[in-house]
Ligand binder design. Sequence first.
Ligand code: FAD
Ligand code: AMP
Length: 483
Amino acid sequence: MSAAVTTAEAEVFDVIVIGGGPAGYPAAIRAAQNKLKAACIDEWKNFDGSYAFGGTCLNAGCIPSKALLESSELYHRAREEFAVHGIKASGIELDLAAMQKRRASIVKMMTGGITALLKANGVKAYQGHGRLLAADQVELTGPDGAKTVLKTKHVILASGSVPVQLKSVPHDGKFIVDSWNALEFDAVPQRLGVIGAGVIGLELGSVWRRLGSTVTVLEATDQFLPMADQAVAREAQHHFKKLGLDIKLGAKVSSAAVSGGAVSVSYADAQGEHQLTVDKLVVAVGRRPFTEGLIAAGVGVALDARGFIAVDEHCRSSVPNVWAVGDVVRGPMLAHKGKEEGVMVADLIAGLYGEVNYKTIPSVIYTAPEIAWVGLTEEQVKASGRAYKVGSFPFTASGRARAMEASIGFTKLIAAVDDDEILGVHIIGPMAGELIGEAVLAMEYSASTEDIQRTIHAHPTLSEGLHEAALAADKRAIDAINR
Ligand code: FAD
Ligand code: AMP
């Protein structure tokens, strides 16, 4: 229902943020911390019809996926790995309803936390749809359809992204689904198909494989994890195979159809055409920027050729005082990248210093083994022509990893020969996503390999892997044979 009357509120905001995901809500909070009069508008609605701040990340992405990855990993380890620790466990059973209830309650707690943070910081939080009418005007459509025009000095667009759908693979929300639906299955599918071996496809495939599904992942490209260092990609492929993920590379899905309570998937690879029958099919072929209904005609905010809002390195759009951050602008679609952009813009609007170092954005894949990296891959450094050195340290040589029964994978450091600068760090193994933080900080400070070599790392910890990898780059590793 939409009300015909449009009213204007008397107050003028300094900043209105449209979108309350991990890019938008930090922008609003930082703006308020900077003593700016800030509002945040968000329209996210959950399957039960309730509004919630936090965007994709908290409601349907980072947080629920990590909750299920943790639970399914524990289930898997209890069944497969307790015996080696001398723990006899019998009668281990899956209670998926309880697992899903835990996932939902974590999401609720976290999204409720955002509402509380907005309030505590003095941000005016609106639930409803925001539309940019002009550089200084935003139309708010509330849950009851009533429209209000809000006046503002600056607008930050943070409308995020939505899953890409394949035309010939129509979603029905039940059998052919997106990543959000796949986080909320109420039964373990016997046969699960996943289109796309990207981060989301691998994480979701891992969850359901550990909980008992037979999982087939169909990936159009021939190369596995092309964005990762290829030594890491090879190691990951080996472990995913051991887990039982059937990853078919060079397998391009052409169509899928539901019939008789199952999904028939057609795909082609070098051998020809194939059919695969699964009980559920998850389409995880990437995400696209979401700008539908966001900008009124004639405002002049330019989009690029791929539909992202065009911005400069400081997230300024083509219209003065209109900014855009997060998944709706270029760069990796990651929550922490959006957060830093949101904070940068809120600081710039307040006349403070603000910058995002796009060279040190970490990437993490929360599978087992976990994968994390920052900076350049060896392939990228090689292609750049700069002379480089590599140091690697396997977790088999780590006392802590051995004690954890988690001694798979390695830490790899790539550094420049000329000035010893660290160019990239790649970790596959236990807690890689936590360990990469040290490398991010080192690179943020333009650290050299020698800086890491001379930094004391507690023993026994997994972080010694980075220390030893730095030593290995100069053939001075202590706890592994230098090659
Ligand atoms: P979003 O989170 O998409 O938020 C945008 C918000 O704006 C939404 O609430 C939307 O409803 C609202 N909105 C849009 N238009 C309007 C409008 N006109 N008016 C009002 N509100 C509007 N990233 C990581 O860094 N780590 C991870 O582990 C990770 N895991 C993921 C797992 C999955 C399954 C998925 C799908 C994604 C994952 N991501 C992860 C990606 C991450 O979720 C996104 O990068 C992040 O959410 C982008 O933040 P954002 O604020 O730009 O957009
Ligand atoms: P990401 O963008 O990292 O989420 O990964 C999505 C993956 O889906 C990419 O690796 C694409 O190659 C893959 N993909 C896209 N379309 C298809 C398709 N029709 N069949 C199989 N894989 C696809």
